[in-house]
Ligand binder design. Structure first.
Ligand code: NAP
Ligand code: MG
Length: 499
């Protein structure tokens, strides 16, 4: 594999941020971890240390939760009007726009992803999220309720913020995951303790500065960098946290549920996936080839919705496989900061070992490595875009989430949609599925039959702030985005008055 090794220089804004002494944001102040610990942040393309951030743990989480509680109960946030809240959330979107290039560079450097994708995908998606959610702040209405009890009654509901929210996010879309979490919680009037992933803390810290610049009062947003086992676990089990919103692995999702039991805090989970992309014989094959290749190779395959199980009808199977292989060959692999690069390194050594381990396991179980499979031979956690053919339902590569640029292709020859849906549903996950066809009946009947929270027709990895997103089965609990997400961050209070 050829890896473009050139590492373009950072802009002065991004370089200046990087050189700062990074701190935790607690109660509106930037502070070191109580323990004084820090840990290194790595550029996954070069394996160089690019920064150090505080290793926050339980002591820091306790301070952050106390600050969030004060801000919620007695701070200006609880008295501010919905209109003012809306303006602040909107302003955060504007600030992301203003500093978008800098944020994209930091994301590319920290996560490894191509800077062009970071700017167009991660940063734009985050801006849109703040702007969309700003609108919800002024639309959280209750209802008047028609009750039938004897006498005269005035009964109504009000929507109130759920309180102090702990938010734990992963490394695959660090800024965007922070935006998905912060924007609706702020719009609802909650206060927040956010723990970014240990691999990618930088854009969350930069976002913390923008939170202050936008005029969010002290203590409303607290950001604690640290490890899952310490900071994350302390947040998940904290008795004074009212709700946890988590995105990450299904395995850690289970730990979050257990940890939440102490005070029965509300929990929402966005977990893993093993999403099918199903190509019917009548599909626009050029579109399907480009689309199903992007479904697995975008973001180095590190998408919870990645189209990692590709099902092609036997009449188009060869064309789809050769087309996806050709698409893989077009991807320029290299340092994410290079604007011409399409595929960066995986996020970490651990992830590199995991993905290469799966490729070997697939090969060992009889899958044919049609293209890819190799890793970089210098520094950096690069893995070639990889197509595994001759795969079947019993292989680990087909059953388990790989979270890398590795697609498992299978063919089907059934005309009966129930049988096709059975392949698609043969997984413990249910986050997304894509259906590639020109036949409207096939498209919408498949949408009904597939057990997944999001169905894409002639596209994959689709998302929009207004479009509810989440999983069936072990892909999670609840929906983010759209009006549905406001359910997570509000309680409904029912009031009945005898007149
Ligand atoms: P992970 O461990 O689930 O990490 C997600 C977040 O949870 C991180 O902030 C993590 O902190 C934190 N965490 C870990 N253990 C915790 C605990 N006991 N209590 C509270 N918080 C905890 O994911 P990962 O280890 O980074 O990746 C492993 C696999 O998860 C991937 O290979 C992929 O299959 C899947 N994954 C899925 C998504 C998704 O969007 N659905 C995203 C990322 C990963 P640390 O950063 O310190 O670990
Ligand atoms: Mg982890």
């Amino acid at each position: 594999m050829t890896v473009a090794i050139e590492k373009p220089a950072l802009s002065s804004a991004a370089a200046k941020f990087l050189q700062k002494e990074h701190k935790l944001l607690i109660d509106g102040r930037w502070v070191a971890a109580k323990s004084g610990e820090t840990f290194p942040v790595e550029d996954p393309a070069t394996e160089e240390t690019i920064a150090h951030v505080p290793g926050g743990d339980k002591a820091d989480i306790d301070l952050a939760v106390a600050a969030a509680r004060r801000a919620f109960e007695t701070g200006p946030w609880s008295r501010i009007s919905p209109g003012e809240r809306s303006k602040i959330v909107w302003r955060l979107g504007d600030l992301l726009e203003r500093y978008g290039d800098e944020l994209a560079e930091l994301e590319a450097l920290d996560n490894g992803k191509p800077v062009t994708n970071a700017r167009r995908g991660d940063v734009e998606g985050s801006i849109d999220m703040f702007h969309y959610m700003a609108g919800w702040a002024t639309r959280l209405n209750g209802e008047t309720i028609q009750v039938s009890s004897p006498g005269n009654w005035h009964a109504y509901t009000v929507r109130e913020p759920v309180g102090v929210v702990g938010q734990i996010i992963p490394w695959n879309f660090p800024l965007m995951m922070a935006a998905w979490k912060l924007a609706p919680a702020l719009a609802a009037g909650c206060t927040i303790v956010l723990k970014p992933a240990e691999q990618t803390p930088l854009t969350a810290l930069r976002l913390g500065e923008l939170v202050q610049e936008a005029g969010v009062p002290d203590g409303v947003v607290n950001i604690v960098t640290g490890f899952g086992e310490t900071a994350g676990a302390a947040l998940a089990e904290h008795p004074d946290v009212d709700k946890i919103a988590f995105t990450g692995s299904t395995e850690v999702g289970r730990l979050i549920v257990k940890a939440s039991a102490g005070n029965l805090k509300r929990v929402s989970l966005e977990l893993g996936g093993k999403s099918p992309a199903i190509v019917f014989p009548d599909a626009d094959l050029d579109l399907a080839i480009v689309g199903t290749a992007a479904a697995i190779f975008y973001n180095q395959g590190q998408c919870c919705t990645a189209g990692s199980r590709l099902f092609a009808h036997k009449s188009v199977y060869d064309r789809i496989v050769s087309g996806v292989v050709e698409e893989a060959g077009k991807l320029k692999v290299g340092h994410g900061l290079d604007p011409t690069v399409n595929l960066g390194p995986l996020v970490s050594k651990e992830q590199h070992e995991r993905v290469t381990g799966y490729i070997q396991a697939g090969h060992g179980e009889g899958a044919e490595v049609v293209v890819g499979g190799k890793t970089g031979n210098g520094h950096g956690y690069f893995v070639e875009p990889t197509v595994l053919a001759k795969t079947n339902r019993d292989m680990r590569v087909v059953r388990e989430e790989i979270f890398g640029p590795v697609v498992c292709v299978q063919s089907f020859d059934d005309e009966d949609l129930d049988s096709v849906a059975k392949f698609a549903n043969d997984t413990e996950y249910g986050l997304q599925a894509s259906v590639w066809t020109r036949n409207l009946k096939v498209a919408h009947m498949m949408a009904r039959k597939i057990k997944a929270g999001t169905i894409c027709i002639n596209t994959h990895n689709y998302g929009d702030p207004a479009w509810p997103f989440g999983g069936y089965k072990q892909s999670g609990w609840g929906r983010e985005m759209g009006k549905e997400v406001m359910e997570h961050y509000t309680e409904t209070k029912s009031v009945a008055a005898r007149l």
